[in-house]
Design a protein around this ligand. Sequence first.
Ligand SMILES: [Zn+2]
Ligand SMILES: [Zn+2]
Length: 266
Amino acid sequence: MPELFTAFFDSLKTMPLSGVILWSVLENLVILGVVLLMGDFLVRRYQQHRVTDVPDPLTWIEIGLAASCVALNALVTVAGVLLWQVGIIRVTFDANLLRVAADTLILFFVMDLAMYGFHRAAHLPWLYPLIHQTHHRFENPRPLTLFVLNPFETLGFGVLWLILLAVYPAAWLSIILYLTLNIVFGLVGHLGVEPMPGRWITQPLSRTISTSTFHAEHHLDKAHNYGFYTLIWDHLFGTLSPDYAEDFQAADEGTAVPAGGSGRAD
Ligand SMILES: [Zn+2]
Ligand SMILES: [Zn+2]
């Protein structure tokens, strides 16, 4: 492990709570900033490939919910570090490259399945208004929509993640790689434009990986596309949108949202 990381993790292991809170807030603010900057760049870059209509002007409700989400994500980070300090979460520090690759895949697929299950449960009529309706108030997503969540939903995802870390002692680099992938997929899903090339959904491997169109469809049609990183679970459980290929192609060709008109009607 590079010396800089060794020194950081060594100091984090015994860091007092105030320091852990400071680092966690800082980390989550940096993530928010990177998502908004990258998102703005990608939305401009691929504006000819809109999947959904341009969202309405930003409201204070979205800003408030996003701020609460960032604060709660920082709380989850603090909880994770504290659980690691007391030994409930264990992290592997001497992993070789093979172990790092394997752990990254394990975290990726286990969380993909866990979040699919959590998301489907969040759509049950008695749970939906309590934890998930807030996110669906915004049919035309923008990068900030990634953070526009009901606080219970943010905490739900955080708890799933902490449980997995407590059960499986993953390599530290895999944890960082997984968290980076999680942010990339979250951002792509809320762009409202499709950055992936047309051949994405015809190639054997890439066609099982989610796209902007895939999650945008879920915002327009709540009965399909509950997955986050892959299409595997939606394929398996019969919840993949029957319009996926058609909508992806329309976004790729720039015809999903006619000029001055609306996008798909669902
Ligand atoms: Zn969403
Ligand atoms: Zn949903």
